[in-house]
Design a protein. Structure first.
Length: 71
């Protein structure tokens, strides 16, 4: 079950990132993450901390609640 949620979260992050027009590398730089970590988040391989989730939401200019709204 955890893996499924991580994959859905990663897919949501990818969709929102792509909507910004930024590449994965450019977005990772904007958030302050390594591109490899960003890739792991988007594929569901990483289990991001609450701080990382907040950083992603801030970079996407949405609330944490909005980030999870469609999961």
């Amino acid at each position: 079950m955890k893996t499924i949620l991580r994959r859905r979260f990663g897919k949501r992050i990818r969709e929102l990132r792509q909507a910004t027009g930024l590449s994965q590398e450019a977005f990772a730089d904007h958030v302050g993450f390594a591109r490899t970590y960003m890739s792991r988040i988007e594929t569901g391989a990483a289990n991001p901390s609450l701080d990382a989730i907040e950083a992603l939401a801030t970079a996407l200019r949405i609330s944490v609640a909005e980030l999870f709204s469609t999961l």
